[in-house]
Write a protein that binds this ligand. Structure first.
Ligand SMILES: C[S@@+](CC[C@H](N)C(=O)[O-])C[C@H]1O[C@@H](n2cnc3c(N)ncnc32)[C@H](O)[C@@H]1O
Length: 249
C-alpha cells in the first residue's frame, strides 16, 4: 500500500529535467532485446510501465503493446504522454495478478518493477519471451554505504537472484542473464538530490514521507559522498542493474 501511495504521489517516471549523463559500461539495451524477439505482428505486455515514458519512446514497432501499472496516477500520466504512437493501450493492473487469459502474449517486458514469474509464464504463448531489467542490490552501493541504508541494502538475497530463480522455477529457460554496469554523472548537487528525492535509492518506502515530498537527507553525508565521487564529468553514481531474457519452454 505504501508503495502504491509512493507511485501515486510521484505520478510519473520522467527524469528529463535532471541534468546527468549516462556512460554505458555493459553492452545491454533492454529494448534491443525486445526488438530481437518481436516483429510488426507481435502482441506485447509491458508491466509497471510508469508514466509510459520509456515504452512510448523506446519500444520497437510491434503489432500492439498493452502497457499496465497499478497506479491510476501513472496511467493518467501515460495517457497524457501518448502522442503519435498508435498501437499501444494503457490500463491499470497489478503485476502480481495479470488480468489476461492464458497464452495470449508473444512477449512480456518489465523494467524496474516487481514481477510474478508464474503469472508471466501463464499469459505467454509457448516459446514466448520475457525481457526484464531491474535494479540490483549493489546499485549505488558507495552511496548506501555512507548512509547505511537504501533500497535492498539489508536484503539477504539479491533481487536479481530471486527473479532468476523464480523464472526457472516457473518453467522458463534462461536465454540471457546479464549484470549491467552504468556510470551516471550528475552536473550539480541539486541534480543528484533531485534523483534521490524522486527514487527510493536511499529510502525504503517505509521511510518516505508521502505528504511532504522532500525527504530528509543528511547533508553532511551527502557532502562526503560528493567529495569522494566528484569527477571532471560531474558527480559519479555507479549504477548496478540486471537484465534477464527467458523463454517459455
Ligand atoms: C521504477 S518505476 C518504473 C517505470 C517504467 N517501467 C520505467 O522503467 O520507466 C516502477 C513502476 O512500477 C509500478 N509498480 C510497482 N509495483 C507494481 C505492481 N505490483 N503492479 C503494477 N505496477 C507496479 C509503479 O507504480 C511504477 O510506475
Amino acid at each position: 500500500m505504501k508503495e502504491l501511495d509512493f507511485y501515486n504521489n510521484i505520478a510519473n517516471w520522467d527524469f528529463s529535467k535532471i541534468k546527468y549523463e549516462t556512460e554505458k559500461i555493459t553492452n545491454w539495451d533492454m529494448y534491443e532485446e525486445v526488438a530481437k524477439y518481436t516483429d510488426n505482428n507481435s502482441f506485447c505486455l509491458d508491466l509497471g510501465t510508469g508514466g509510459g515514458e520509456k515504452v512510448l519512446k523506446k519500444y520497437p514497432e510491434v503489432g500492439m503493446i498493452i502497457a499496465t501499472d497499478f497506479s491510476q496516477e501513472m496511467i493518467n500520466t501515460a495517457k497524457s504522454n501518448l502522442k503519435a504512437r498508435k498501437k499501444i493501450k494503457f490500463a491499470k493492473m497489478n503485476n502480481l495478478k495479470i488480468n489476461f487469459p492464458n497464452e495470449i502474449f508473444n512477449l512480456v517486458s518489465a523494467r524496474h518493477t516487481i514481477i510474478n514469474a508464474k503469472e508471466i509464464y501463464r499469459v505467454l504463448e509457448k516459446g514466448g519471451i520475457v525481457v526484464i531489467q531491474g535494479v540490483d542490490k549493489e546499485d549505488c552501493i558507495e552511496l548506501k554505504d555512507i548512509f547505511k541504508r537504501g533500497q535492498a541494502y539489508n536484503d539477504e538475497k539479491a533481487i536479481s537472484q530471486i527473479d532468476y530463480e523464480d523464472l526457472i522455477n516457473s518453467g522458463f529457460e534462461i536465454v540471457k542473464n546479464v549484470k549491467i554496469k552504468e556510470n551516471e554523472y550528475f552536473k550539480t548537487k541539486e541534480d543528484l538530490l533531485a534523483l534521490l528525492f524522486k527514487t527510493p535509492i536511499l529510502d525504503d518506502f517505509s521511510e518516505v514521507k508521502i505528504k511532504h515530498k522532500r525527504i530528509h537527507i543528511e547533508n553532511d553525508l551527502l557532502e562526503k559522498y560528493i567529495k569522494d565521487n566528484i569527477t571532471e564529468k560531474g558527480i559519479l553514481l555507479k549504477r548496478r542493474l540486471y537484465g534477464i531474457v527467458a523463454r517459455k519452454k
